[in-house]
Design a protein around this ligand. Sequence first.
Ligand code: SAH
Ligand code: SF4
Length: 395
Amino acid sequence: MSADTNLMPIPGPVDPVPVPRAAPVRADGRVELVGLSREAIRDALGAAGMDVRQAKLRAKQLWHWIYNRGVTDFALMTDIAKAQQPWLAERFSISRPGVVEAQVSTDGTRKWLLKTDDGHEFEAVFIPDADRGTLCVSSQVGCTLNCRFCHTGTMRLVRNLEPHEIVGQVMLARDALGEWPSQPEGRMLTNIVMMGMGEPLYNFDNVRDALKIVMDGDGLGLSKRRITLSTSGVVPMMARAGEEIGVNLAVSLHAVTKEIRDEIVPLNRKYGIEELLQACANYPGANNARRITFEYVMLRDKNDSDEHARELVRLIRHYRLPAKVNLIPFNPWPGAPYECSTDERIRAFSNIIFEAGISAPVRTPRGRDIDAACGQLKTAAEKRSRAALDREQAA
Ligand code: SAH
Ligand code: SF4
């Protein structure tokens, strides 16, 4: 059964776009190979007329060229007969998302504004650190969930990204960092977080298929221990995420009372805190060595009191969760209805959790100067159209 979470009605201050548009077939009629499993590549070759035995061998070779070597041109595939290369090129493509703009922050963070073939913009962010490099990957164009503190949630257009558009973000970052062929040692891009635009568990099948390719040992070769999927709490999909994808889980908790979470994460009206934490307790693969990360955005005078911190500790203990807490200073955007908590407040909040024996680091915002920090992702086109709307309204 395919996970048709696309059409779930979500209560919230703004009605979600009910039916995300399907990704169109390529205008030139060619089949995109990126994002397909080995078997699907083999079947696509067969459907184009290649005989079964050859298709199996070619699929294996193509997989290696695409995911291990990063090659996008069939003419460079030296173990495929010269005469067959144009035959492949006519029928298939190996592409990357279009790059509208690539920016580099003063702190080394990179942001790519990307575009799908049908003209929708989305973003990916690379955050280099001393001992690792993390790519923040988007799962949707926009997001239907309308969390009140999140800029992405205000985008009007929403479409699920296809597997090739999700894997494509990783491949494009590898291109930019010069990290082909895939090698286990000395990489800059070591970790992936599904924390860009969109709710990954509302695009389950595509995210799973994409991450399977990212984790394939003969492909991009990133371990599931270095991949984290962040959800705002799509409870019915969490067990499947653990079973079928098996990556680390991060949960955007952000509040410990129904009243406050209902306000800032409207999905809470559908799946409440108790249900969510129970699903975390049952998450396959979570244990003390692989903890669940609870993300908590620090909103001034909203969710940041000592009492809230103590309640958070109580909940974690009550559900016996192998947990760490990530405190995220709120990143403001124009027109946002909240402010960030003060530094002292964040420190006091963190101390209470820390003193209960739970790790609670405060995340340093990265790439703020290029609007690359958490929750700031919203494409320039959307900002422009918003500005245009405001002008129309003012006129
Ligand atoms: N939709 C998923 C993943 C993308 S959001 C989710 O909500 O978990 C990644 C993280 O950034 C989430 O924890 C989200 O709540 C947080 N975030 C969103 N807007 C933010 C903002 N303005 N400041 C700080 N963090 C924000
Ligand atoms: Fe969507 Fe996550 Fe933003 Fe909420 S925080 S609107 S779920 S991207």
